[in-house]
Structure formats: structure tokens, C-alpha cells
Ligand binder design. Structure first.
Ligand SMILES: *[C@@H]1O[C@H](CO)[C@@H](O)[C@H](O)[C@H]1NC(C)=O
Ligand SMILES: *[C@@H]1O[C@H](CO)[C@@H](O)[C@H](O)[C@H]1NC(C)=O
Ligand SMILES: *[C@@H]1O[C@H](CO)[C@@H](O)[C@H](O)[C@H]1NC(C)=O
Ligand SMILES: *[C@@H]1O[C@H](CO)[C@@H](O)[C@H](O)[C@H]1NC(C)=O
Ligand SMILES: *[C@@H]1O[C@H](CO)[C@@H](O)[C@H](O)[C@H]1NC(C)=O
Ligand SMILES: *[C@@H]1O[C@H](CO)[C@@H](O)[C@H](O)[C@H]1NC(C)=O
Ligand SMILES: *[C@@H]1O[C@H](CO)[C@@H](O)[C@H](O)[C@H]1NC(C)=O
Length: 613
């Protein structure tokens, strides 16, 4: 016993001495290794890694151990990594547990030092252009190995047998050939060897997997595929079955049936409880509302903008849990929460009429122009024949429409006047920025309260710009007046002047608390808001137009009357009589400055009555 312990100790010492960099490895050596990796491997999207910023808290794709002493996860999917992984870089991260470089264009083979990092348990390299043979020196801690959609060739190494912790082995769509080794991996749940050039019989230990795990290998045979040539189709009548044999066979079949049934029943729970590791498999199909038109072959073609620091790819997006936020004239909008908790908004466009090239050009423009604090930036897009997706930042407080009208309905505090003025100024700045772009020709074309999103501190951001140009022109029936300028109802052509008109309607909406909708019987909606306001004001009942929630505040009426004048100028019937957005900003700022010197603060203004649940 003592001897054994001593031997074990000596072996352990020898082993640890042989593992490179185990000694003295720390967060700084990890940092150097990562920098060396980033420098020697070209990448499309910028990695914001720099030697002067802290690795653990500010480097995209990097997660550290809780004590921040080592790098523990590296996820860089779809960042356009191009070329071979240099050896002696990632291989030095010897505390790494999860490595995802999927959906890049990594070539040549996998350096042996990467796959063999002793702590590595999940390796995602699918959708790259890796070639050569599957490395034989893989870490025996691996539980999840995804090398699918590459160009690996040669045989599946027998050494895979040593990966006894493996729960998923995904090798589909490579160029593997030769026989499948008789792997005995007790934990294996996900196996995919489809679309290779494997041959020979499927080993009995893997026959529990369905035919879907073996498709597209012309020379593979045996259960669950077709019987191998030369063997009889049923379980060998060559050995004539005795009555006892028949009984045994029935028992085995029953047993298999039970196992199969139990597996089926337990599937939903494993999917949720196993979390990340299982989610990488292709076995489960979460709710994918916006994914139906995405072609398998195009799954990594999500186009990101330079400014985007997101770290996910289309696969992540399709796997995300999605919730419908709204259905608009351009399509349906979803809130998507990715595996790692990142939340984005996905817009699924319908009736896009332009070609792929025009779409891409327009999106590049939208991406460029969207760099303003009062504009919701487009982060990525996807275009295929059947599906067009846009990815935006998720803005948590919802739209102005929800907050303005929904708060009241839900018994929450109504939006106070200060905030309404601030939001109108934000929106005016956002629109003015758009109007200044594209040589001063850019048009939003769809300004309305539901397209103004509010950040956590209620900053207003304009969304949905640059989309009108992609759509069929008959986007909404002319009878819907709402925010549309009178001339647009005829020409169907929005202009900067019609944007000003829509903004004017938005201002009226904030002043009156009434939505410019056709909604008979709803007191808080008036389809032709400008006309209604005009008629009331003409009768000298100006104060009657204002939102009663605002009238509870002392001393705001004068300011509101001035804002009303700005709004009325914006909704002038003759386009040329409407001010430019810059003038609007100037006027609102003036009003603000003249009145904000008072003692009023939003807190004092809160009406007592609105405390009801
Ligand atoms: C890099 O990007 C990440 C992810 O968006 C961000 O959290 C981090 O602050 C950025 N770091 C630097 C140094 O800009
Ligand atoms: C992958 O590599 C092969 C050569 O090894 C090359 O012919 C092919 O174009 C590459 N594919 C991609 C998508 O880069
Ligand atoms: C793999 O397992 C075999 C025995 O099945 C053993 O001889 C071999 O040393 C193992 N290889 C590694 C790298 O652990
Ligand atoms: C597939 O394997 C068979 C032998 O099993 C071989 O004859 C054939 O050339 C291989 N095809 C490719 C495309 O590698
Ligand atoms: C394996 O991959 C192929 C090709 O992508 C797919 O058709 C098949 O359904 C997958 N099988 C399993 C079991 O996921
Ligand atoms: C996988 O291989 C199959 C069969 O060769 C092919 O139809 C499919 O398009 C491939 N998938 C990808 C993503 O390359
Ligand atoms: C703001 O005050 C200045 C000076 O008191 C006045 O000239 C200006 O007309 C006022 N502007 C507005 C919009 O009330």
C-alpha cells in the first residue's frame, strides 16, 4: 500500500513536471498567450484586447476563474478568425475549460497543445476549415467535442476511446473515412458522424444511436442503417433460434423499448438541466420563431458591424429563447436571450423588395449612420432568400408608446412633463442627426411613438430608420392617418419634411396624452390628432388639449403652450412651412432654458393620486 502511494506520488510529480507552464502560470502569462494568439491570427471583427486593459473584465470573449487568477473560458464565435491557430499560444492557457472558436475560417490542423489542455472540457470548433487528422492527444477531461463542418480526414482515432467523460461527439460533415472504432463511452448522448466517408459495420456499442447519427456515409452498414452486404437482414437466422432464444430476444426487445421510452421522457429535463453543454448539440430544437427561413448552409453568415462588440453567431441567435415584442408594418420584433445571457432585439423583416446587394448597401449605411446616442444602432444583419433578420441592442424600458400610454393603463405613475420634454429633445436630436447624414438626404420615414425606445434612464432613441427604403411601397393603407403627413398619404414618398410632421404629431401626443390611432370608443386615441388640436385651440380652449395628468403639475402650462406652438409648426399642412429639425431643437432648448430655472423638480410634481397599485 505504502509503495503504491509513493509510486503514485512520483508519477504525479513527473506528470506535472511534464505539463508545460503549469509552474508560474498566472493571469499575466494567460494574457500574453492570448495577445500572441490575436496578433498572429488575422480576424475580421476587432477584438478589443489590449495589453493595457484588464483581461478578466474587459476583453471580449474571455471569462476568468472567480478569483480572476486564470482564464477559464474563451469564446470567439464568428469573429472572422482566419488561418491556422499558432501553436504555443492558446495551448498555454492551461486552466482553460471551454474553448469556442466556431464559425470562423480557421485552417490547417488543430495544434496538439490546444486539444490536450488538461482542464479543457468543452471544445467547439464546428464550421471552420480545419483539415488533417483528428488529433490523438485530446484532453481526457473533454465532455463536449464538436469538430463538425470542417474538412478533417483520415480515420476516427482509436484514442477517442480514452475520452471517457465524453457526452457529445459531433463529427458530421467532414471527410473522415475508414471504419468506426468500437467506442465504449458510457456517457455519450449525442453522436453525429453523418456526411463523411466512413465505411464498414456500425459497432454494436453505437447501435443505440439513431440512423440520423450516421447518414450520408455511402459505405456504412448495419443497424440502424441497412444490413451489411453478405449478412442476413434479421438477427441471424444462420443461428437457428431455440424457443428459449426467442424468449430472450423478446425480452431484449422489451428492454430496449423501455430504455427508449425513458430516454424520450427524460429529454426535456436534460435539455434544461444540463444547460450549456447540451445546448451545443444539435439534438434539441428550442423555440425558433425567426429561424425557419435560415438555410443550414448559411448559418454563419451573420454580418456584424465594426462597432459591435457582441460575441455570438447566427447559431447562438437561432438557439436563443425568443419572445415577441411587437408586430409592426415592417415585420415582427423579438426579444432574444442568448445562452450566455446577452439580450438583443431581432427584427424579422417581411416583404423586402430589394436585391441582396442593395440590401447590404443599405444596411452598411444604416450601420454607419446609427452611431449617435439618440439612435438605436443596428449591430448585425442576415440576408437570405427566405429570411431577413436585423439585430439591434435591447433597450430595456420599452417604447415611448408603451410608457406614455401603458403607464396610465397599468396604474403606474404617468410620464412627467420634465421627462416628456427631455424625450422630445432626444428624439429631435436623433432625427436631426439622421437628416444630416447621407449628404443631407437621409429620411427616417416612420417616426412614431412605438419607434422611440427608452433607455434605463429614459433617454429617447430613434429606431427603425433606413428600413422604409427596403420595403414594398404599399406598407400601410392610406386611410391610416396617424403620424403620416398629408402629402405622404398621396405620394407615398416620405421626405425630411414629412419626418418633421411625424415628429410634430409625436409632440402633440406627449402634450395631449392621446394616441394618434383609429380606435373608436377609446378616449385616449384620436386618429387625426393635429386637426383635433387645431379645432380645440381655435375655440380658445387651449388648456383643454393637454394631458390631464400634466395639468396637475403647477406652473407647466405656459411651457406647454410654447411646446404646443412648436408642435403646430411641425404639423403645418404645407411642407415648406414646417421648420427644420435643427430649428426645432433650438426652440425646444430655448423653452427648456427659460422655464427650468424655476424651483420645480420632477419629484415634487408627482401627483399623490397615482400611487394606487
Ligand atoms: C470590450 O467589449 C466588451 C463586450 O462588449 C465590453 O464589455 C468591454 O468593456 C470592452 N472592453 C474595452 C476595453 O473596450
Ligand atoms: C477550405 O480550405 C480549402 C483548401 O484546404 C479551400 O479550397 C477552401 O476554399 C476553403 N474553404 C473556405 C470556406 O475557406
Ligand atoms: C488510452 O487508453 C489506452 C488503454 O485503453 C492506454 O494504453 C493509453 O495509454 C491511453 N492513452 C492516453 C493518452 O491516455
Ligand atoms: C470513400 O471511401 C471509399 C472506400 O471506403 C473510397 O473508395 C472512396 O474513394 C472514398 N471517397 C472519397 C471521396 O474519399
Ligand atoms: C447529424 O448531422 C446531419 C447533417 O447536419 C443532420 O442531418 C442530422 O440530423 C444530424 N443527426 C443528429 C442525430 O443530430
Ligand atoms: C453537410 O453535408 C450534406 C451532405 O453532403 C450537405 O447536403 C449539407 O449541405 C452539408 N451542410 C453544411 C452546412 O455544409
Ligand atoms: C426665453 O427668454 C428670453 C429672454 O427672457 C426671450 O427673449 C425668449 O423669447 C424666450 N424664449 C422662449 C421660447 O420663450
Amino acid at each position: 500500500m505504502q509503495h503504491l502511494k509513493v509510486i503514485a506520488f512520483v508519477v504525479a510529480c513527473l506528470l506535472s513536471a511534464r505539463i508545460p507552464h503549469a509552474k508560474g502560470a498566472d493571469i499575466n502569462s494567460d494574457k500574453q498567450a492570448l495577445l500572441a494568439f490575436a496578433v498572429s491570427l488575422p480576424h475580421g471583427r476587432k477584438l478589443n484586447w489590449s495589453s493595457t486593459t484588464p483581461v478578466c473584465t474587459s476583453w471580449v470573449g474571455v471569462t476568468c476563474t472567480p478569483d480572476k487568477s486564470r482564464v477559464h473560458t474563451l469564446r470567439l464565435p464568428a469573429v472572422g478568425l482566419f488561418g491556422p491557430i499558432p501553436s504555443d499560444t492558446l495551448g498555454k492557457l492551461d486552466a482553460l475549460e471551454v474553448l469556442s472558436l466556431r464559425s470562423n475560417r480557421i485552417t490547417v490542423d488543430l495544434p496538439p497543445d490546444v486539444g490536450s489542455i488538461p482542464s479543457l472540457h468543452s471544445l467547439y470548433l464546428q464550421h471552420n476549415n480545419l483539415s488533417g487528422i483528428i488529433p490523438t492527444s485530446l484532453s481526457s477531461s473533454l465532455t463536449f467535442l464538436d469538430l463538425s463542418y470542417n474538412t478533417f480526414d483520415g480515420e476516427i482515432p482509436l484514442k477517442v476511446q480514452n475520452l471517457t467523460q465524453l457526452t457529445a461527439l459531433l463529427l458530421q460533415n467532414n471527410s473522415l473515412s475508414g471504419p468506426i472504432p468500437g467506442l465504449q463511452l458510457p456517457r455519450l448522448r449525442h453522436l453525429n458522424l453523418s456526411n463523411n466517408n466512413l465505411s464498414g459495420p456500425i459497432p454494436p456499442s453505437l447501435q443505440k444511436f439513431s440512423a440520423n447519427s450516421f447518414l450520408g456515409n455511402a459505405f456504412l452498414c448495419g443497424f440502424p442503417l441497412e444490413p451489411c452486404p453478405g449478412t442476413a437482414p434479421s438477427p441471424s437466422p444462420a443461428l437457428p433460434l431455440s424457443p428459449r432464444g426467442v424468449l430472450l430476444l423478446i425480452l431484449i426487445l422489451l428492454l430496449l423499448l423501455c430504455i427508449f421510452k425513458r430516454k424520450k421522457h427524460s429529454e426535456p429535463t436534460t435539455a434544461s438541466s444540463k444547460g450549456k453543454a447540451v445546448a451545443g448539440g444539435r439534438a434539441e430544437k428550442p423555440k425558433e420563431d425567426y429561424s425557419s427561413g435560415v438555410q443550414e448552409a448559411e448559418r454563419n453568415k451573420l454580418a456584424f458591424f465594426e462597432s459591435s462588440s457582441y460575441n455570438f453567431d447566427l447559431e447562438d441567435l437561432l438557439r436563443a429563447s425568443a419572445e415577441v415584442l411587437g408586430k409592426g408594418s415592417y415585420g415582427t420584433t423579438y426579444k432574444a436571450v442568448l445562452e450566455d445571457g446577452t439580450t438583443v432585439v431581432v427584427k424579422r423583416l417581411k416583404e423586402v423588395v430589394v436585391s441582396k446587394k442593395d440590401f447590404e448597401q443599405q444596411m452598411e449605411m444604416v450601420g454607419r449612420i446609427g452611431q449617435h446616442q439618440n439612435v438605436v444602432p443596428l449591430r448585425a444583419y442576415y440576408y437570405s432568400k427566405d429570411e431577413k433578420l436585423l439585430v439591434f441592442d435591447y433597450v430595456p424600458s420599452g417604447s415611448l408608446a408603451t410608457v406614455l400610454h401603458g403607464n396610465k393603463a397599468a396604474g403606474r405613475d404617468p410620464l412627467d412633463w420634465e421627462t416628456r420634454v427631455k424625450i422630445s429633445l432626444d428624439v429631435a436630436r436623433g432625427i436631426s442627426h439622421l437628416h444630416a447624414e447621407g449628404g443631407g438626404k437621409f429620411i427616417h420615414g416612420n417616426i412614431k411613438a412605438s419607434n422611440v425606445l427608452l433607455s434605463q434612464n429614459l433617454d429617447g432613441c430613434v429606431s427603425e430608420f433606413g428600413l422604409a427604403q427596403l420595403m414594398t411601397n404599399a406598407q400601410s393603407p392610406a386611410r391610416l392617418i396617424g403620424y403620416r403627413a398629408p402629402e405622404v398619404l398621396e405620394t407615398k414618398r416620405p421626405t425630411q419634411k414629412s419626418d418633421v410632421y411625424s415628429f410634430g404629431v409625436l409632440l402633440l401626443e406627449m402634450l395631449t396624452g392621446k394616441a394618434p390611432l383609429r380606435s373608436p370608443g377609446r378616449e385616449d386615441s384620436i386618429e387625426h390628432l393635429p386637426r383635433w388640436v387645431q379645432s380645440v385651440v381655435r375655440e380658445e380652449w387651449t388648456a383643454e388639449v393637454f394631458d390631464t395628468d400634466l395639468m396637475r403639475h403647477p406652473n407647466v402650462e405656459d411651457e406647454m403652450v410654447q411646446m404646443l406652438q412648436v408642435a403646430m409648426a411641425c404639423v403645418a399642412v404645407v411642407p415648406d412651412q414646417r421648420p427644420k429639425m435643427e430649428d426645432v431643437i433650438r426652440r425646444i432648448t430655448d423653452i427648456r432654458n427659460n422655464y427650468s430655472s424655476g424651483t420645480r423638480t420632477p419629484l415634487e410634481d408627482k401627483p399623490e393620486t397615482s400611487q394606487a397599485p
